[in-house]
Design a protein around this ligand. Sequence first.
Ligand SMILES: [Cu+2]
Length: 69
Amino acid sequence: MSQGVVKRLDVQTGVVTIAHGSIDSLGRSPMTMGFLVKDPVLLGKLAIGPHVSFEFVREGDDYLLKAVK
Ligand SMILES: [Cu+2]
C-alpha cells in the first residue's frame, strides 16, 4: 500500500486529492495528485486530514483508488 494524506475531497466528481510519499513500484517521487473514486462506499470513508494507506490502479490516464485503510 501507498501512504499519504487526504488534502481535498470532491464528492460531486468523485475525486480525492492525496499528498503521497514516494511509490517505489512506480518510481514516483512524493507529490500531490488526484485519484478517481468510483465506489460510493469507499468515497464515504474518506475525509480530509488523516494519514491513509491506500491502493490504486492505473486506468488509462487516470488513477483509480481501490482501497483505503
Ligand atoms: Cu503521484
